[in-house]
Design a protein. Structure first.
Lengths: 494, 529
């Protein structure tokens, strides 16, 4: 049908973001030995340019919607939306890393290369239409992040986090792979849409799903649940998030989470779309567990990174509420939530990075007391991100929750209505720990021995983008919400 | 439309615009920060007076309407006022300059932050009063919280952090359930637009099964009742009012509590008429308990500011009672009482704040005989107290009187119980005044206290004039709100509840009984037809 060469070029276009990221990652790796220790920061700028070019490449890919490479990867509005979200997280994280790495004396080229490779993996996850390809994406992004987590190699906490993440993470990906194998065993295919057709034929023949397929779905759920950090697979997250270098934590809490949610949506909504009854209750139960565990555990934390880690667990729970809706509106709500979430979460971690100072020694909430009188703008930005995480109107976080609740209530199922009420109550519980940080920053006397470091220009830019994004999504969400809806529709061809 | 086309937007966002101006000033330039904040709030008041000129009191529809698409097809930027919100806006814009004036000298730390918070609250509160879209309403509703939280937490008194957290968590808990109810309503109606939803209900295209309606009503009502606050949800109020700086208390008591009663009138009654009628009885009982309980607790306070705080529980009980009497006079009285409570209690807090500025205490024991060193301040204080205890012909009297008359027409017992609150208010206010102002000066320090300064006299005279004006010229107010009140009553009366006596769900009612054994008698009277 399509001429051979022309088809290849289209394929290249469709994969342009990943190719760009790989190219720049390789450039950084090759250039690394030739750049003196004092100039390593330049490699960071190369990586930043790479991420920005990839963002432009997403625009190119957007003009070539359709399947690439025998339908292993698919470019549709959904994957385009997710690519932008992921790359936004990557750009913000790179911007936040420059000065952190200098300060920790670990400014190295491979850091940036790994961030780019992780982004490649996430991009593949967002576009994968084939389970083994998805696995490859999962591994690329995971392995890069295992290394990134342990990047502060002189710090025992970072090492511990890396090892823990690696061991448990490999275990989880194994679960995923095992699940894929079972699905293949039942359906004879690993293409996500072909699995759907296979199941539909199977279900037409007999009303029950084959046991093997149920098992496969369960295993896939465990594997992906680990990566998006939902209860009961969340145990590792606080330790890993706390031990990882803070900019990496910001990336981990946003990028892979968003990408894996994208894959989860594809697998659950498309492949297992006809078996919605199978996974609906699992999602509901996990949502309640995730929200409650995240929020209640966050209440008692004294370390900001740990608190934000638990908060990100809680947010996965809110996303699951929209996920459970099982409608196009629910998918759109998940997408919008993820977009808002990336800005506020990475923004919050940028501030934590900045305030941590050398060796990340100022991470206790008490270290922030009286911050408002010493660094009013930093405190105001942090408050904005916290209030957005809390879900205050006029911020992206509020509309994320709003659309999520709206989608879930729109279905008209009693279980979902109950889920929304639980989520709503949870978000008030969550308010307490976010407000506690604001209390410390604004209402308490400043530390006398604290000398604030000036905010580096790169961080200023990143904070500005994050704050502007949070407010934009909160006040003028129409455009992004429309895009999210279009993206969600593209998953449901009929 | 013409130039009036954007009047409401201008009024709503003018304070926010002045915030932008304030942010550009250096934070140590305190003089100009104060001046600009005051000028902005005065300008805001003048602009809001334009509403009165263009307002047509015979028109039952919303006026100065602005409607633009905002998010998707369903969420609109829809503003409008009727005879009820009109006056609440004026109350807000009237009290804000006074709140700024009263903080002129008492706020010394982070002056910029303080006035920024104050003006942001003003925008948010006006936003609540003008929103006709449920989503927009909710956004403004939540936006009032954060600046108030900062105001209590940063510039409040000793236990400010406790009070601030209690205030915000309490209110958020209520409002998040309201958000769920709003979304549910949207799921059924397909729009967030209040007039659209109401017309869908009028035409019968939208109706709820009684259980659902009761749940939705409950979700809205609890959010509003916390804000009012209705007994037994009032426990955040004494702390927040006592710990807030004077301006914060003035805004809290003066306007923010009315967000609750306004919400009940604007949303709870027209949207859920059946449920409102079904729940009227237990709610009225709670309101009466609030009236009596608030008054009794106020009587025994040893802290002057806490005393004034508890009077709000009592006075707002009257408002809720009036609303749930479901007749024109009572609801007019309720709206009037909202305004007059805003002015009187605002003035009481201003007076208490002036005492605090001098002595840095609210303990009644620390005062006594203050009329000797401060005759002017104490005379005004008496005048304000008299207005608050509803002495004719001052403003407080009109509100309570209308409420009692209206309530008496439909429920004799309610009115007679509530009337006891009016008596109690005379006791606690006059007794408090006696302990503070009359007799010998007992504390040495008090002998040399300066009398009201020029700035304070301006505040007190303005307040006194407002009190007198509202009392004497009350028809100017009631006439303008009559059509709107009738409109709400019309939306609230459905054929079903018109033909049925006011129903009595027993359970919550019975639960309320042990709180006040005397209520058993009331129950007896009401159950019998």
């Amino acid at each position: 049908m399509i001429p051979f060469v022309g088809g290849q070029i289209d394929n290249l276009h469709r994969l342009a973001p990943e190719i760009t990221l790989c190219l720049f990652g390789i450039i950084v790796m090759i250039a690394d030995p030739f750049v003196g220790a004092a100039r390593k920061r330049a490699l960071g700028w190369v990586a930043l340019v790479g991420a920005l070019v990839a963002l432009a490449a997403v625009h190119v890919a957007n003009h070539f919607p359709g399947p690439a490479y025998s339908d292993l990867i698919r470019v549709d509005s959904f994957s385009v939306f997710m690519h932008v979200v992921i790359l936004a997280a990557v750009v913000l994280s790179i911007l936040g890393s420059f000065d952190y790495l200098d300060q920790e004396n670990i400014q190295r080229g491979e850091y940036y290369a790994l961030v780019l490779f992780a982004a490649v993996g996430m991009g593949i996850l967002a576009g994968a239409n084939e389970l083994v390809t998805a696995f490859v994406g999962l591994e690329i992004s995971s392995i890069a992040s295992y290394v990134l987590v342990g990047f502060r190699r002189r710090s025992p906490a970072s090492n511990e986090a890396s090892l823990k993440y690696f061991l448990l993470g490999s275990f989880a990906t194994a679960f995923f792979l095992y699940g894929v194998a079972m699905v293949y065993g039942v359906t004879g295919t690993t293409r996500i849409d072909a699995v759907q057709t296979a199941f539909e034929t199977l279900l037409a023949a007999s009303p029950h799903m084959p046991g093997l397929a149920v098992l496969g779905l369960g295993l896939i759920f465990v594997g992906l649940g680990f990566k998006v950090v939902i209860a009961p697979f969340q145990v590792y997250a606080p330790d890993v998030y706390e031990g990882a270098p803070t900019p990496v934590t910001g990336l981990l809490a946003s990028g892979p989470k968003a990408a894996t949610f994208a894959l989860m949506i594809r697998i659950f909504y498309v492949s297992f779309g006809s078996a919605q009854g199978l996974w609906f209750w699992a999602i509901c139960v996990c949502a309640v567990l995730t929200m409650c565990i995240g929020n209640f555990a966050a209440l008692v934390q004294t370390n900001v990174k740990r608190m934000l880690a638990y908060s990100s667990i809680a947010h996965a729970g809110y996303i699951l509420v929209a996920f459970a809706a099982s409608t196009a509106l629910g998918v759109a709500a998940v997408l919008f939530y993820l977009a808002a979430y990336v800005f506020m979460k990475v923004g919050a971690f940028l501030i934590v990075t900045h305030l941590g100072q050398q060796d990340e020694k100022r991470l206790s909430i008490q270290d922030y007391s009286g911050l408002a009188s010493k660094q009013p703008v930093v405190a105001a930005c942090f408050s904005l991100f916290l209030l957005s995480l809390l879900g205050l109107p006029a911020t992206g976080g509020f509309l994320g929750k709003f659309f999520a609740f709206q989608a879930a209530l729109g279905v008209g199922r009693r279980a979902l209505a109950l889920l929304v009420v639980i989520a709503a109550i949870n978000s008030v519980i969550g308010a307490y720990y976010y407000l506690r940080v604001i209390i410390t920053m604004y209402f308490q006397a400043p530390h006398r021995d604290y000398t604030p470091t000036p905010v580096a220009p790169a961080v200023v830019i990143a904070l500005f983008i994050a704050a502007a994004g949070t407010l934009y999504l909160g006040i003028l969400p129409s455009r992004v919400w429309d895009l999210a809806q279009v993206a969600a529709e593209s998953l449901f061809p009929h | 439309m013409g130039t009036q086309g954007y009047l409401l937007t201008v009024i709503t966002f003018l304070p926010l615009l002045s915030v932008a101006a304030l942010l550009m000033l250096r934070s140590d330039d305190q003089v100009w920060i104060r001046r600009i904040a005051l000028a902005a709030s005065l300008a805001e008041f003048v602009v809001s007076l334009l509403l009165l000129r263009g307002f047509d009191s015979a028109n039952p529809d919303y006026q100065f309407v602005e409607k633009h698409a905002w998010i998707g097809d369903s969420i609109q930027y829809h503003l409008g006022v009727d005879g009820i919100s009109l006056f609440l806006i004026l109350l807000t814009t009237f009290l804000t300059p006074l709140a700024i004036l009263c903080s002129w000298e008492s706020i010394r730390d982070n002056v910029k932050g303080f006035f920024v918070s104050l003006l942001v609250i003003e925008t948010a509160m006006i936003g609540v009063f003008v929103s006709l879209d449920l989503f927009l309403f909710f956004v403004f509703w939540e936006l009032t919280l954060i600046p108030m939280y900062f105001m209590i937490g940063m510039w409040g008194h000793e236990r400010r952090i406790y009070a601030a957290v209690k205030f915000i968590l309490y209110t958020m808990f209520g409002s998040i359930l309201m958000l769920v109810a709003i979304l549910w309503l949207y799921g059924k109606a397909g729009t967030f637009d209040l007039p659209d939803i109401l017309s869908l209900m009028q035409s019968g295209q939208l109706s709820f099964p009684p259980r659902t309606e009761l749940l939705l009503f409950g979700a809205f009502f609890i959010a509003f009742a916390i804000k009012v606050p209705l007994f037994p949800l009032h426990t955040w109020l004494p702390d927040a009012h006592t710990e807030a700086p004077t301006a914060g208390s003035v805004i809290l008591a003066g306007v923010m509590l009315k967000l609750g009663t306004y919400g009940i009138l604007r949303f709870c009654l027209p949207l859920f008429p059946e449920a409102a009628h079904r729940m009227a009885q237990p709610i009225a009982v709670l309101a009466i308990i609030g009236i009596v309980y608030g008054a009794l607790v106020a009587t025994v306070q040893t802290d002057l500011k806490r005393l004034v705080a508890y009077t709000s529980v009592s006075h707002l009980g009257f408002v809720v009672l009036g609303i749930f009497a479901f007749n024109t006079v009572a609801i007019q009285g309720a709206v009037f009482q909202m305004l007059s409570h805003g002015v009187s209690t605002g003035a009481l807090f201003l007076g208490v704040g002036m005492l605090y500025d001098r002595r840095h205490t609210h303990e009644i024991k620390q005062f006594g005989g203050l009329a000797t060193p401060m005759p002017v301040l104490m005379s005004f204080f008496l005048f304000i107290a008299l207005s608050s205890l509803a002495l004719p012909p001052l403003n407080g009297f009109i509100g309570e009187f209308l409420i009692l008359i209206g309530t008496f027409q439909s429920h004799h017992a309610w009115a007679s119980w509530a009337a006891s609150g009016a008596v109690l208010s005379a006791i606690y206010l006059l007794w408090a005044y006696q302990r503070v102002a009359l007799g010998e000066v007992t504390v040495e320090k008090n002998k040399t206290l300066p009398d009201a300064s020029m700035r304070e006299r301006i505040i007190l005279v303005t307040m006194a004039l407002a009190i007198l004006f509202m009392g004497v010229a009350s028809p100017l107010f009631t006439r303008r709100m009559e059509v709107s009140v009738n409109n709400i009553l019309e939306q609230t009366s459905t054929p079903r509840n018109a033909s049925r006596p006011v129903g009595l769900p027993r359970a919550p009612y019975v639960v309320a009984l042990p709180a006040h054994p005397a209520l058993a008698v009331l129950a007896e009277r009401q159950v019998r037809p």
